[in-house]
Design a protein around this ligand. Structure first.
Ligand code: FEO
Ligand code: CA
Ligand code: CA
Ligand code: CA
Length: 599
């Protein structure tokens, strides 16, 4: 391949070979650079990063740890705002001699709290290419850090309900902080939607809650048998609200989709209760045919479900006050998937007799405003304990539904199903066709009449991941000798031609994670090619292709995160090199001649 746009829909780059390098590598002809690293100053007065002399006060003004979701809001041609989630912390890589949250200095616990959340940083174009740099001089009026201690509001039907009330917030309307924000999306009114994912791991005292509450905790993976689960970061040592035995409702205030206005650094982020409480991977939006807003959401755990929210009212361009209430009233649905192939799916990944993993599906309503459709549960209970509501209506248990987004060109919705090694052959179904699924698959949903508000759909699996030599893989029928191996799809995005871009987390083929592109139409449908690889021990997050198609941002999360790695024995020195400790960072890749990404 050359760089002249060979291939369908403008993809012409040559695949990067899988590797285990401690480097970010990009397709031939492209360049990459780090944009912002853990510890870089974000707010005025932030000190320069000093690994040996960290403080919580400094971290609260500096770029946080483990960057995940990335989105970019252009301000003119040469400036823009980058929003980044900071999902979690790797204390063993952040601090020398770190042993356990139980015994470390409280300052280290507080640094970890300040390293969670999100950042907004102002960027400027470097030269006339697709490279972007942190603005480091002059006034940066939008820069912001969101942390575990940022004041936020609840809105929607569950706001103010008894389940959200605590001693510190008897009205159930105000909460401090967000936890484990993984992926996300944006709204048509230019705000960020960020998903609180594995928030279950941040609390202690689960053994001390009332017995009646325990099933509602265990269903979300909260430990209810031990006072202090192993590996806990011990936020409760800094703030007692993280002790469930003392504050049993505090945990109900995490697990939401959080909306953040990147253009108003003083605004309180909003937890939108109408979108339910899950291990939210994220939420991405689109408009239904009649203009209602639809948010698609995955619940990222094994055997969890796929959801969507459809607003009651329509989006009205320019009517900001109206639009900003749209996510507070509407209907929350969960999906069922039915295969159309005769006979039993055997769990081996062998294509069914009709030639495809595909079928039909239904969106089952759970709750609409104050009205519950789930027997025995109030609307507030459905929204706070959404997993239990979805269990009751018989939703389909999926292989870890992660990022989910509608393709702006072909209108179909694509879901990354990362993996599920716990699925047995007896549990295999046409949408989750492999037992001990280590490599995951991509699910394509076509809503009835191409209307995002539809309640029925058809679906198929265009990509069943793994080593293409593995007979259980499927690359939409494309010649498997010509594709890149791909494992554990996590985040998805699209370029302006509608090609699917997939980033991976946890490559089970023994090489580094990366970013891949796959055409969805024409003779190249299924021709997966690897565009970049991330450093050793990292996962690839983001990704985001800018509107001008000249830049792709990726978050390099947890470089060097392997068993036994510490600052004294680092597994990665990326990005600073030498003997430095690794730093999670956002990077950008571009073509020096300004060609569109992937051409
Ligand atoms: Fe945080 Fe679902 O990956
Ligand atoms: Ca079929
Ligand atoms: Ca993810
Ligand atoms: Ca992930």
């Amino acid at each position: 391949h050359g760089h002249g746009g060979h291939g369908s829909r403008g993809l012409g780059f040559t695949s990067v070979a899988p590797n285990s390098l401690d480097a970010l590598t990009v397709a031939d002809g492209y360049r990459s650079a780090v944009v912002v690293r853990w510890g870089d100053p974000v707010l005025p007065g932030a000190p320069a990063f000093d690994f040996e002399n960290q403080t919580a006060a400094a971290q609260a003004k500096q770029f946080g740890y483990n960057c995940d979701f990335v989105t970019f809001f252009p301000i003119g041609d040469d400036r823009g705002l980058l929003w980044v989630n900071h999902e979690y912390t790797d204390e063993n890589l952040m601090f020398r001699g770190w042993t356990s949250g139980d015994t470390v200095p409280l300052e280290q616990v507080a640094i970890g709290m300040a390293a969670h959340g999100g950042s907004i940083v102002e960027l400027e174009r470097a030269g006339r290419t697709g490279q972007w740099k942190l603005v480091t001089r002059g006034r940066r009026r939008y820069n912001r850090r969101v942390t575990v201690q940022t004041r936020m509001r609840f809105t929607g039907p569950a706001a103010g309900s008894a389940l959200l009330k605590t001693a510190a917030d008897p009205r159930g309307t105000t909460v401090y902080g967000m936890l484990n924000n993984c992926a996300g999306g944006t709204t048509p009114w230019k705000t960020v939607l960020s998903g609180e994912e594995n928030w279950n791991q941040y609390f202690v005292g689960g053994n001390g809650v009332p017995e009646a509450q325990k099933p509602f905790l265990t269903r979300y993976g909260v430990n209810t048998t031990t006072a202090v689960p192993s590996g806990n970061r011990r936020f409760d040592r800094v703030e007692e609200r993280f002790d469930l035995a003392r504050h049993p409702n505090e945990i109900n205030r995490f697990g939401w989709i959080v909306e953040i206005d990147p253009f108003d650094p003083d605004s309180a982020p909003i937890k939108r209760t109408a979108l339910g409480r899950l291990a939210h991977e994220g939420a991405t939006t689109t408009l239904a045919k009649d203009g209602r807003v639809v948010a698609y959401m995955g619940d990222d755990s094994r055997f969890e479900y796929i959801y969507k929210f459809v607003s009651k009212e329509r989006f009205i361009p320019g009517f900001d006050r109206h639009n900003r209430s749209l996510l507070d009233e509407g209907t929350l649905y969960v999906a069922t998937f039915t295969g159309d192939s005769p006979g039993q799916i055997d769990g081996t990944g062998t294509l069914p007799a009709d030639g495809g993993f595909d079928g039909t599906g239904t969106w089952i309503p759970l709750v609409s405003g104050d009205r519950s459709f789930v027997e025995g549960m109030t609307a507030a209970e459905v929204l706070v304990y959404t997993r239990l509501a979805a269990d009751k209506v018989g939703a389909t248990k999926m292989d870890r539904p992660e990022d989910m987004e509608r393709n702006p060109v072909n209108g179909a919705v694509y879901v990354a199903l990362t993996n599920n090694t716990a699925r047995t052959a007896a549990q295999a179904d046409e949408a989750n066709p492999r037992a001990s699924n280590r490599h995951g698959q991509i699910l394509e949903i076509v809503e009835r009449r191409d209307d995002a508000a539809a309640t029925t759909f058809t679906w198929s699996l265009p990509l069943v991941c793994g080593d293409p030599a593995d007979p259980s893989t499927y690359f939409a029928g494309f010649d498997k000798t010509k594709v890149s191996p791909i494992s554990c799809p996590d985040n998805v995005t699209f370029d302006a031609d509608g090609n699917l871009w997939i980033s991976t987390d946890g490559n089970a083929l023994g090489k580094n994670d990366g970013l891949f592109a796959m055409p969805l139409s024409g003779p190249d449908r299924g021709h997966v090619r690897q565009f970049l690889t991330v450093p050793y021990g990292a996962e690839t997050c983001g990704p985001l292709i800018t509107e001008d198609q000249k830049s792709v941002f990726v978050a390099v999360q947890h470089p060097g995160e392997i068993t036994g790695a510490t600052p004294d024995a680092p597994a990665s020195h990326w990005p600073d090199g030498g003997t430095t400790q690794p730093r999670p960072s956002v990077a950008v890749a571009w073509h020096p001649q300004g060609k569109k990404i992937g051409s």
